[in-house]
Design a protein around this ligand. Structure first.
Ligand code: ZN
Length: 522
């Protein structure tokens, strides 16, 4: 009972205009809250230059559900205020996703009739079928397309014995997202501890979560302190679809940083939106001191990076449990301090996923593995000083494709790879490549960079070195990691070598070829 009252109270607070601390960005560091209560920011957004496409998609044997325009108008305008509240909180101003409005100020919902009956749009695969038809519809009705982002609402096609609706697609697919409609899906039930109230949280909260995906958001989880903060609570893009309207639910700073570049949050039109981009991490220094993971990164990018999201993602649980931080870069570098007291789990393997956010709305993510041992993170990911490769050459390669020469291993460009033959012949492992360092060098190990998309990453290898390309010494067998960041092997001692020979045994797709972007030595 006490819990129910607390939830009702908090749900009520969620919907009220509330003054929050605004945030300003500090160059090179994380967002720092500052006291700036000049705006409540809940009612009057700066108009967006682009609007979300809102489509009510009706199978050929179905119909819209009673009162849908008024109910969905209420849901979407409340959702717009929810998103806008958190954009304002993190210092991005009075902005939210744009909604298309009709002459009465209500959300314009476009009804599109599907070509197939209900059974043609099942949960599995039904989304792509609808997208195909809607792309055809948009091509024939260009004035009906306001942006690249589309929310597709479909009438529920099945109902469980307790009345719970379902049966239609309910997920995000790129910039498309799907949600369902049923007769009692209405904001008036949100926050009630009743069957219809709980159902409203599940499906309206679910709509807001899927909409997040359709606005470019990945999953993430609240920090420990945020979970305990009655003003924040549960991240919408974690399990906030089960708390929205019922108990405190919020957008993380990382989500807001992505939405800041989303097309439908823009207050002026722009060209080149979602034009892609590439980023290379040139130096990364990661350490664990004083209870914090300290991270310093230097990068180069083909696009303007306005924020960097760093996700600490435990193995398993997909990305729902990834705890994020945001850094505003200063020039070509950023640093972050991440207290592990904010982590929910201090055991097992983690991925440190560094996502560079471009002002054009695209992003690039580079992932590093680390692990917790005795409740402390072991971060063996810092950059080592590699030898300059400008005078290096390839002495021998057993197989290379015409567009994947082994010289690509030496060009410091992750976009170009050594790829063994696959077009006309498909030779199997082992494949061999020998690199000539041009002089006898003292080295302690090697550096590897897998191809960026990790398609068929190199797995098991043997390493040999030589000073004369005649007598080779084995330096051991290694299993490379399936990550798109720089990784190192250590010989455990400093050795002298002029030639490095790599013999492959397998790749991560279990197929015949070897592919690798860069090979270096340190
Ligand atoms: Zn999701």
């Amino acid at each position: 009972m006490k819990r129910k009252n607390l939830h009702s109270l908090l749900a009520g607070m969620l919907l009220l205009p509330t003054l929050f601390m605004a945030c300003k960005r500090s160059p090179g560091g994380e967002l720092q809250p500052v006291a700036d209560k000049t705006k409540s920011g809940l009612q009057n957004f700066v108009p967006s230059a682009y609007a979300l496409n809102v489509v009510y998609f009706v199978p050929s044997d179905g119909d819209t559900i009673v009162n849908y325009r008024a109910r969905l108008n209420g849901i979407l305008q409340q959702g717009q205020r929810f998103y806008g509240k958190w954009m304002n909180y993190y210092g991005y101003g009075d902005r939210s996703f744009g909604l298309p409005l009709d002459s009465t100020g209500k959300v314009k919902i476009t009804v599109v009739k599907g070509a197939l009956p209900k059974t043609g749009y099942p949960y599995e695969g039904g989304g792509n079928t609808a997208i195909g038809e809607l792309n055809t519809w948009f091509a024939a009705h260009p004035a009906g397309k306001h942006s690249e982002h589309t929310l597709v609402i479909m009438p529920a096609s099945t109902y469980a014995s307790d009345g719970n609706p379902g049966g239609v697609p309910f997920y995000g697919l790129g910039r498309w997202c799907f949600a369902l409609d049923y007769a009692e899906m209405d904001t008036s039930y949100l926050g009630q501890n009743t069957t219809l109230g709980n159902r409203a949280t599940k499906w309206i909260g679910g709509l807001m979560h899927e909409l997040g995906h359709g606005l470019n958001l990945p999953h993430n989880k609240e920090k420990v302190s945020e979970a305990a903060d009655p003003a924040k609570g549960t991240a919408l893009m974690g399990s906030g679809n089960y708390t929205y309207g019922k108990s405190p639910t919020f957008l993380t700073a990382a989500s807001a940083a992505i939405l800041n570049n989303s097309q439908v949050f823009r207050t002026s039109t722009a060209t080149g939106i979602y034009g892609g981009g590439n980023t290379t991490i040139n130096i990364i220094k990661a350490s664990y001191t004083g209870g914090n993971i300290e991270l310093k990164v230097k990068f180069s990018s083909t696009q303007t990076v306005n924020n960097v999201n760093v996700y600490n993602d435990p193995e398993g649980g997909n990305d729902y449990d990834a705890v994020p931080w945001v850094a505003a870069p200063s020039g070509d570098s950023f640093q972050l301090s991440m207290p592990i007291s904010e982590f929910h789990k201090k055991t097992g393997n983690y991925a440190l996923r560094i996502r560079f956010l471009y002002t054009n709305g695209s992003s690039t993510e580079i992932s590093y593995p680390y692990t917790f041992v005795n409740n402390e993170p072991v971060l063996d990911i810092s950059t080592k000083d590699e030898l300059n490769k400008s005078s290096w050459s390839i002495t021998f390669v057993s197989s290379q494709e015409d567009d994947g020469p082994a010289t690509n291993l030496l060009d410091n460009d992750q976009a170009t790879v050594w790829h063994t033959q696959w077009k006309t012949v498909q030779p199997a492992h082992p494949h061999t490549v020998i690199v000539n360092m041009n002089a006898i060098k003292s080295i302690q190990g090697l550096a590897f960079l897998q191809r960026a998309n990790l398609n068929g990453s190199l797995k098991d290898i043997s390493v040999f070195t030589s000073t004369d390309n005649v007598t080779y010494t084995s330096r051991g067998n290694y299993t490379l990691t399936n990550v798109n960041s720089k990784q190192y092997i250590s010989f455990g001692a400093t050795i002298s070598a002029k030639y490095i020979k790599i013999v492959t045994a397998s790749n991560y797709s279990g197929s015949h070829y070897a592919v690798l972007s860069e090979l270096g030595a340190w």
